[in-house]
Design a binder for this molecule. Structure first.
Ligand code: GRG
Length: 305
């Protein structure tokens, strides 16, 4: 079965996002269960960040991409949860004193502030390894070859050509006044874009997409990955830290290079719109089957947090 055909005027994105978030939140709350007092503190630290109330954009992108090809929630959910675990790990590690040194995330004290640096590092490591475990153990109704493809995509998006690569380059260029637009794009393509891309492509693979269809989803996801970051930079400028629920990053260079800094506010808004238009063009072959994904692309640049 495929997602019901809906027109862009009738598609209720708020309802769609809410319904998927409820499914994802419930499943996430059942993932990390301590075996006893021995690992209770570590599990508490993992759950503290995993269940801290994010938007669940990556799991929802995975589910929506899979629905285009008739994928069922049962086969997509383990990967959707894995994506959120990887995201959560990256936020816990990103906030550490050795990285951005942030005290606040989603309006709450960061993991290392509550549990200490060592446990925060271990909670991130455990979330990362749990993500692979859950996909390998719990994906049902999908050919083994497709599951291996998903595992490879997840691995790639975390490593040196993914989150870790983007973060390393970001740290290297921190405080440098002469960062170029190309360098900024490279950082975000990897630091933020790689996981969003994996979310969409793993969904497509699990849903049964052909290689050319996975490529179209890949083009979509590359554009929204960048759009997401441009929107983040715009929000950082237009909203207060309180509205965003985060601190500015104690050791973050005041001169941090952003799209707004390089392109100006108007230029950044135009860039976000251009990227969303590119993303929507990539979905054209799927017609109304991609209505949810199209609505999510709009949501990404219109969101308020
Ligand atoms: C340890 C292997 C390894 C990798 C981690 C720290 C790091 C390397 C990478 C940093 C990745 C990072 C923090 C990217 C920023 C991504 C971003 C825009 C986060 C905000 O995402 P939202 O808006 O947040 O989806 P919510 O709170 O809704 O979940």
């Amino acid at each position: 079965s495929v997602a019901p055909a809906t027109s862009s005027t009738t598609f209720d994105i708020k309802k769609y996002l809410y319904e998927k978030k409820v499914i994802v939140d419930k499943a996430l709350s059942e993932c990390i269960v301590p075996i006893g007092a021995e690992n209770e503190k570590l599990c508490e630290s993992m759950n503290y960040s995993l269940l801290a109330g994010g938007k669940r954009v990556r799991p929802i992108l995975c589910i929506a991409s899979s629905e285009i090809f008739g994928g069922e929630i049962e086969s997509t959910l383990p990967t959707a949860l894995a994506l959120e675990m990887i995201h959560s790990m990256s936020l816990v590690h990103d906030d550490l004193p050795a990285m951005d040194n942030d005290d606040l995330r989603r309006g709450k004290p960061t993991n290392h502030v509550v549990y200490g640096e060592a446990l925060a590092i271990l909670a991130g490591d455990a979330l990362l390894s749990k993500s692979f475990e859950i996909v390998a153990k719990h994906t049902k109704g999908v050919d083994a070859e497709r599951v291996v493809d998903v595992l490879a995509r997840l691995g790639e998006c975390v490593g040196e050509v993914g989150l870790a690569g983007g973060q390393a380059m970001d740290l290297e260029l921190e405080g440098k006044e002469d960062t170029t637009l190309e360098q900024l794009r490279w950082i975000h393509k990897h630091k933020t874009g790689a996981l969003l891309k994996a979310a969409c492509t793993t969904g497509a693979v699990l849903g049964g997409a052909e290689p050319s269809e996975v490529e179209a989803i890949e083009r979509f996801s590359e554009s929204i990955g960048l759009a997401f970051q441009v929107a983040d930079d715009i929000l950082d400028c237009t909203q207060t830290s309180e509205q965003l629920g985060k601190t500015a990053g104690k050791d973050e260079a005041v001169s941090k290079t952003t799209y707004v800094k390089l392109l100006g506010m108007d230029g950044a808004r135009k860039e976000a719109k251009r990227l969303v238009d590119d993303a929507l063009a990539a979905l054209e072959p799927f017609g109304s089957r991609a209505e949810a994904l199209k609505a999510i692309a709009h949501f990404i640049i219109e969101r308020e947090n």
